[in-house]
Design a protein around this ligand. Structure first.
Ligand SMILES: *[C@@H]1O[C@H](CO)[C@@H](O)[C@H](O)[C@H]1NC(C)=O
Ligand SMILES: *[C@@H]1O[C@H](CO)[C@@H](O)[C@H](O)[C@H]1NC(C)=O
Ligand SMILES: *[C@@H]1O[C@H](CO)[C@@H](O)[C@H](O)[C@H]1NC(C)=O
Ligand SMILES: *[C@@H]1O[C@H](CO)[C@@H](O)[C@H](O)[C@H]1NC(C)=O
Ligand SMILES: *[C@@H]1O[C@H](CO)[C@@H](O)[C@H](O)[C@H]1NC(C)=O
Length: 484
């Protein structure tokens, strides 16, 4: 006993752990079959910051049987760990098991770490999902005008927050929500899996996200964000299961993600019509790289349709899409205002696509009837290069807005091999202006071919974004906790 005690003293553990260990040891004397065991594990991962304090969900009464609700265990664990924010921060370890939970909120200087065999199961008890006000830049919820259910993992006004794991799983059990959506039974907008609002220094990495009720990852009004190594699966017919949606965010890096979903794999947004114009928070300085997407009814990368706060300086490279409706899609409408400009996409490999490129100004879904018909979006400086595609039905649909043309479109070194059943006219172009070089099939007259010597003429930036300078630290922790 004394030996065990001394050993434990050398390990940096929190007070709650000792309290629970004592309870466990005392109670185990009488009830042999319920003997709690002390487990030691070491965590190794790369992160924007390492943490000084650790605890396990089981230290707070978590039960990983897939049946008991762990909402209170998450809430009390995170509330307890929040006291270490100014003392080196803390991490909460979720061990192997099935952890049913409703919505819970994160804290600052905090890491939520999922074991490789941990599965968070989203509760289907509606009382476990508090309701929030609509987002100010949208004016209303997307499924219903009133409030919106809080995301499964939520955070607002935080700094330095990480959700990671060794490819541990978060399962939204979305079927329940999709049915309510289809039957028009929702009083509020469906929850997302992970949402961080008004936050700075965010890392979401090495997780598998399954069957989200709606969008998967939604950073909004936030900055300095890394989303890395995320695998997302949702049925390709599930409603609005967008992959990753940076929304009014600055300095974002999305990399090494694999997404199969029922909506856009990455959808870049910044608010809706008059609400987004008034709020005025753009998304800018966004890098998307090494993304693989399968989404037969939606886009690999969508910009909009909610882009009223503006979208600027988006860079995408090494993008692969298979059986996806479109490669890059810009969606906007009269009434949106805002802008989409300085977009640079290179090295896309596409297979079986309806449209390689799509850009339209008639995406007329409005928050309400009060949108300003004079609020015209500005779409300019859109660059695509080094694209190879197979089995394409339509090369591009480029449809600007009359008296508001989309300008500065530059496409170079693009080879689109058309499907046997391709449309006769591969390009449709109206109210646009730009140029091309080295593009097959030959583009429309509004994008005149400048000849092969202009193949590097699209002006891609040579600098890096500030988020690319950020290097992750190697974090190693040995922690001891009450096993189950
Ligand atoms: C994610 O896991 C991969 C290995 O599977 C590793 O190389 C990478 O550093 C991890 N990323 C983070 C942010 O932990
Ligand atoms: C969070 O930050 C926003 C923007 O600074 C502010 O308007 C809001 O009141 C803050 N919310 C909370 C809960 O502190
Ligand atoms: C993570 O898990 C998913 C689902 O099992 C799998 O498809 C994916 O390949 C895994 N990723 C890594 C990096 O192991
Ligand atoms: C080409 O695309 C069509 C759908 O447009 C699909 O049915 C067909 O299987 C694809 N062919 C190949 C070789 O992938
Ligand atoms: C054209 O694109 C292909 C791949 O898509 C690339 O290998 C090649 O280097 C590019 N050519 C130029 C001149 O950049």
């Amino acid at each position: 006993m004394e030996f065990l005690w001394k050993t434990l003293m050398r390990i940096h553990v929190i007070r709650t752990f000792f309290a629970l260990l004592l309870v466990a040891l005392l109670s185990s004397e009488g009830v042999e079959s319920r003997k709690a065991k002390v487990v030691t594990t070491s965590l190794e991962y790369n992160a924007i910051n390492c943490r000084a304090h650790s605890a396990s969900l089981t230290d707070f009464g978590g039960v990983g049987d897939g049946k008991a609700s762990n909402t209170k265990a998450f809430q009390s664990a995170i509330s307890h760990l929040s006291q270490y924010a100014s003392e080196g921060g803390s991490q909460l370890y979720v061990p192997a098991g099935k952890w049913l939970t409703g919505s819970f909120s994160l804290t600052s200087h905090f890491t939520l770490y999922l074991d490789k065999d941990a599965v968070l199961l989203a509760s289907q008890d509606i009382t476990e999902w508090p309701v929030l006000e609509p987002l100010p830049s949208y004016g209303r919820g997307r499924d219903a005008p009133a409030g919106r259910f809080t995301s499964l993992i939520f955070g607002t006004n935080l700094t330095d927050v990480i959700v990671t794991g060794e490819n541990g799983t978060i399962d939204g059990q979305g079927e329940f929500w999709w049915q309510q959506f289809h039957r028009k039974k929702l009083k509020y907008t469906r929850p997302y899996l992970i949402e961080l609002m008004f936050s700075d220094n965010i890392q979401i990495s090495n997780l598998t996200l399954l069957n989200s009720p709606s969008w998967n990852v939604h950073p909004v009004y936030s900055s300095n964000i890394i989303v890395q190594g995320i695998t997302i699966f949702a049925p390709v017919t599930s409603p609005n299961t967008d992959g990753i949606n940076p929304d009014s965010c600055t300095n974002v890096r999305i990399e090494d993600c694999y997404i199969v979903s029922g909506d856009d794999c990455v959808a870049v947004k910044s608010g809706w019509d008059e609400y987004g114009i008034k709020f005025g928070w753009p998304t800018k300085q966004l890098m998307i790289r090494r993304l693989t997407c399968i989404s037969p009814y939606s886009a690999t990368i969508a910009l909009g349709s909610e882009m009223s706060g503006g979208i600027q300086d988006v860079r995408a490279e090494d993008i692969t899409a298979i059986q996806t409706e479109s490669g890059v899609r810009i969606k906007t409408a009269v009434g949106r205002g805002g802008y989409v400009k300085d977009i640079y996409v290179k090295r896309m490999t596409l297979h079986t696509m309806k449209w390689a490129f799509k850009m339209t100004g008639d995406y007329n879904s409005h928050a309400d009837s009060h949108y300003d018909p004079n609020a015209l979006p500005e779409i300019k400086n859109i660059n695509y290069r080094d694209v190879v595609a197979e089995n394409v039905t339509i090369a591009a649909r480029f449809q600007g807005i009359s008296n508001d043309p989309f300008t500065g479109i530059c496409i170079a070194n693009v080879t689109l091999r058309m499907a046997a059943k391709a449309k006769k006219q591969p390009w449709t172009c109206t109210d646009i202006e730009g140029m091309t070089s080295g593009v097959t099939p030959p583009p429309c007259g509004l994008l005149p071919d400048q000849g092969p010597e202009k193949i590097t003429a699209c002006d891609f930036p040579a600098d890096s974004l500030p988020i690319d300078m950020l290097e992750l630290k190697k974090c190693t922790t040995t922690m001891t906790f009450v096993g189950v």
